[in-house]
Design a binder for this molecule. Sequence first.
Ligand SMILES: Cc1cc2nc3c(=O)[nH]c(=O)nc-3n(C[C@H](O)[C@H](O)[C@H](O)COP(=O)(O)OP(=O)(O)OC[C@H]3O[C@@H](n4cnc5c(N)ncnc54)[C@H](O)[C@@H]3O)c2cc1C
Length: 416
Amino acid sequence: MTRLSTHDAIIIGAGPAGTSVALTLARRGWAVAIVEKSEFPRRKVCGEYISASNLALLDRLEIGDAWRASAGPEIRRVGFFSGEACVEAPMPHAKEGPSTKDGFGRALGRDILDLLLLQAARSAGAEIFQPCRAVAIDRDGDMQMVEIQAKDEQETTMLRAPVIVAAHGSWEPGALPSQLAKTNRPSDLLGFKAHFTGSSLAPDLMPLLAFPGGYGGMVWADHGRLSVSCCIRRDMLARLRKHYGHDGHIHNSLEHHGYVSAADAVVRHLMESCRGVSDALEAAQLKGSWLAAGPIRPGIRSCYQRDIFRVGNAAGESHPVIAEGISMALQSGWLLACELADAPRGRAGREAAARRYEAAWRHLFSTRVHAAAAIAKIALRPGSAALMRATVRNFPQVLTLGAQLSGKTKPVPGFA
Ligand SMILES: Cc1cc2nc3c(=O)[nH]c(=O)nc-3n(C[C@H](O)[C@H](O)[C@H](O)COP(=O)(O)OP(=O)(O)OC[C@H]3O[C@@H](n4cnc5c(N)ncnc54)[C@H](O)[C@@H]3O)c2cc1C
């Protein structure tokens, strides 16, 4: 049996990009459906840091106070841990504006943030289909049909709307025209993340980690959880799993045929390559399991293709080395929703909204995507860690400058 449900807009994915656009459109009187394949709350591969420049937007989305009540400490210093080097510099203060009281960014677990945003979207009137996966999009005159499949159910539901928004991220392949094809290259970057309690890292410091074959970060989030996340090349990970599997130091249930688990290899590599990480985690306890995702797909894509709008990672993604993906997701969702809500209904209105949204997206995010690519390129180049260490030791101000270039102080249009 097939059920049919008609809406003004269908949003695929309930990460920060999807809920930002859904919430804003629902508040402007649109009949919105959100399709999300996972049950919430769920943890996610992400460093979980959000720049202060987003706080005015979180207030507009009406989750600012809840975010302030739960998020970890203010991050007032940016750091660099690589080899024996542990360097730090001031984090730039967010620009003057309504968010001045929140001059510094903080981190909040994605299990909490994404649920807060989804609950706000539900309160604003969005209809939520969860856990349901969007598996196909087909045109039906001026409308489009999205086929969704609920977990463990035979029944198919068809959602119908003139506006479709792809907010499904970029790390999973799938059959939708907006999803990216799978890659399997030695240079692919795989994402890892875990929470620890009892770390000795200074509460106001967010260090960038540079190590052979990858980069990462650490930051205190909510409830005494330290969020540790990183990206590592596929070929380096394979080498490490074999290397640590044969040296006889790790003996646990995950060791198999001479290979240790990816998580064991990653944490050991981080601790051996960065003294700051081994110091911070020396007495810490892993809370929950390590999560893995990817390969990640940094780059600028299209904001509108085949009559499908894209927000968040689906539209474009910066290397996580600058920790700006949540900001770009929230802000792109907001930008698109404002353009759609102000445009006349119908195809011509959608196309005009798409042109304005694409221009605003590039104006706001292109610099940080390119800055992140440049930093990641240096961090990933073999042998360049020593050069980075020398530069940062002699000129710690480059850390502050890097944070500025990555958009940490750039106000969201309409909130400056
Ligand atoms: C190691 C690492 C560390 C990072 N650290 C930070 C950081 O500290 N700060 C920061 O700002 N950014 C960080 N990022 C980037 C950030 O995680 C992403 O940019 C952000 O999650 C993108 O949000 P999104 O809403 O576009 O997509 P996502 O958060 O990926 O959400 C997409 C949602 O869509 C759902 N979905 C997917 N396919 C379907 C489907 N077919 N049907 C229904 N639902 C579907 C998924 O279940 C998911 O809930 C990091 C990334 C990595 C890899």
